[in-house]
Design a protein around this ligand. Structure first.
Ligand SMILES: Cc1cc2nc3c(=O)[nH]c(=O)nc-3n(C[C@H](O)[C@H](O)[C@H](O)COP(=O)(O)OP(=O)(O)OC[C@H]3O[C@@H](n4cnc5c(N)ncnc54)[C@H](O)[C@@H]3O)c2cc1C
Length: 425
């Protein structure tokens, strides 16, 4: 881009979905020659977590937010996300706008049976390639292998290159989009906490979100069932019950339905050291129906037929489901249809820990929302904007994470552009 003495500079730090969207927004809305936009990232290439998210199909957003009423969609965010600035950013760039944006990048989408929206390509790389081409066409410059360290005493941005050299950069506006603390090898390692805390910015502790949980499984459970999905069940923690599926792992449990309950279960573990999760293995049958089926089957049971076989035939329970029943019963299974039905309708899994943050899908905590104004500018650091997962909001999987990352990136980009225009006026 041709720049001149009146060209303003916007520096975006962090080339994930939030940072790239901030850069696109500034470059797309600025007049030619008005603003130079540079994105710095510590990694050799941008958006590595976004690419990994593509391995699961890249759940961009959710169809429950496609209509005019975003109430149900926004209710998926925690209290801080469901109202105030995050909600306003999502309303200004809702799921329909995100879908249209992906389509303009040549990525048609489809809605899965769960209502989740994916690109038809079921991966992130074609979308990212098209996006980077668009950014290049807009004159956005990407600087890789530049780790942001904080600010110098006179307010310049301080970076360290992979070669160990330190460089300073001055910006008329800065957008920080440095991500959370999960999967640090993909780039976001939360080293930004120290420089921001030093400047007096309040930061809620970063904790795993959409993470698996530890269970003290027996050896049999680990050896026979780790890696197996438990499908078509209902999970209850506290007074929240939801339908879905999850996976038994070496360490415990993980998967979509677990993630949806993870915030409350994480809080329970933080306060009491444990959390109780109940699994209804036959959510479509009442306990009475289940008792009747089991009793009927017991009448037909051949001598020597195993209980596992009888349960499988009578109730269609999978081996892993029966394994969970045995585990909960301490390997002493009830002898009556009533007892078996009661157990199958409420298998207790005792969660004893949260899996480490470096394997969590996302992070809760971050820059507290009261630190930013409606344009996502830090109140204590005028001209510095914050976007994406480094802000303190939380949501389950289902496309809500990327939706809010994109939406806050766009809002911070608009804020940064308005800021440099005001300063130039
Ligand atoms: C396995 C997995 C699957 C996922 N699947 C989905 C999904 O299907 N749908 C969904 O909605 N969400 C999904 N997510 C979550 C989603 O990817 C994140 O919420 C989203 O990427 C956050 O975007 P962000 O731009 O805020 O941060 P990030 O994507 O983390 O980007 C931050 C960027 O900042 C850079 N950076 C960090 N520190 C520095 C520094 N000091 N200096 C310079 N650069 C720095 C990093 O290198 C990185 O490029 C998934 C996450 C994982 C781990």
């Amino acid at each position: 881009m041709a720049s001149n003495s009146t060209t303003r500079s916007v520096v975006v730090i962090g080339g994930g979905p939030a940072g790239l969207m901030a850069a696109e927004t500034v470059a797309g809305a600025a007049a030619p020659g008005e603003v130079e936009v540079v994105v710095h990232d510590r990694m050799p290439s941008p958006a590595r977590k976004f690419l990994i998210a593509g391995r699961g199909g890249l759940n961009l957003t959710h169809s429950e937010g496609l209509g005019d009423d975003l109430g149900a969609f926004l209710s998926r965010y925690d209290a801080s996300g469901a109202s105030g600035s995050i909600a306003a950013a999502v309303r200004a760039f809702p799921p329909a706008a995100l879908v249209a944006w992906a389509q303009r990048l040549g990525q048609d989408v489809f809605t899965g049976s769960s209502g989740r929206i994916f690109p038809k390509a079921m991966k992130a790389s074609p979308l990212l390639r098209a996006w980077l081409r668009r950014l290049d066409g807009q004159g956005v410059r990407l600087v890789a292998r530049h780790r942001w360290l904080g600010w110098t005493d006179d307010g310049a941005l301080l970076f360290r290159t992979d070669a160990g050299d330190e460089e300073t950069v001055r910006a008329d506006a800065t957008v920080l989009a440095l991500g959370g603390a999960s999967w640090p090898r993909l780039g976001s390692d939360a080293a930004w906490v120290a420089p921001l805390a030093q400047r007096g910015i309040a930061i809620a502790p970063l904790v795993p979100s959409n993470a698996g949980f530890d269970v003290a499984w027996s050896q049999v459970m680990r050896e026979r069932f780790a890696g197996q999905p438990v499908k078509g069940v209902a999970l209850t923690h506290g007074n929240r019950r939801l339908r879905g599926e999850f996976m038994v792992t070496q360490h415990g449990v993980e998967g979509g339905a677990i993630y949806a309950l993870s915030a409350a279960m994480r809080e329970a573990i933080a306060t009491t050291g444990k959390a109780r999760l109940y699994i209804d293995l036959k959510p479509d049958w009442t306990e009475r129906v289940l008792v009747a089926r089991l009793a009927e089957r017991a009448m037909q049971q051949r001598p020597g037929e195993s209980l596992t076989n009888a349960l499988r035939k009578a109730a269609g329970l999978s081996p892993v489901a029966i394994g969970l029943m045995r585990e909960a019963a301490g390997n002493v299974m009830p002898a009556t249809p009533d007892g078996l039905a009661r157990l199958a309708k409420g298998v207790l899994i005792r969660l004893v820990g949260v899996r480490p943050i470096d394997r969590a899908i996302s992070t809760a905590g971050g820059v507290k929302l009261e630190e930013v104004d409606d344009t996502f500018m830090l109140r204590r650091l005028p001209g510095v904007f914050v976007a994406g997962e480094m802000l303190d909001w939380e949501a389950p999987t289902g496309g809500y994470l990327l939706q809010a990352s994109f939406a806050t990136g766009r809002a911070a980009g608009l804020g940064a552009l308005a800021w440099v225009r005001r300063a130039a006026a």
